[in-house]
Design a protein around this ligand. Sequence first.
Ligand SMILES: [Zn+2]
Length: 154
Amino acid sequence: MNKAVDFFSGELEKIVRNMIDTMYGSPGIGLAAPQIGINIQLATIDLSVGEDAKQLIVICNPEIISTDGEQNCDEGCLSIPDFSDTVSRPLKMTVRGLNIKGDEIEFEAEGLLARCFSHEIDHLNGVLFIDRLSPLKRTLIRNKIKKLAKAGDW
Ligand SMILES: [Zn+2]
């Protein structure tokens, strides 16, 4: 289980900087700390992938307060390169957490941002997007990954 963030110091800033660099370098619109091997409840999101500084979100210990509606879109993950599939997510959600200084922050997310919050919070709970697919699809993707891994291509 990923630990709640309980330190708001230079160490946290260093981790966040590393995550943002990894997210922009990939490039991706979201990253969860466990994806870089740090098992704490921390996520970064930037739908603009570094184009617009105002869109960067850094959230510690995020909690989904409420959700509304449903959206079904194609989704991928930096931890499962080259695979994507349709995943059902809430259309809207309210997310509460702490910023890098430890102050409470809250977001009303909709559309892609809601999808991204849902995806990153899943990571913090040890859930990958393929875990949200039907068992058949999940097996198909796992088998493809196994074959690629055997061939040394993954
Ligand atoms: Zn992911």
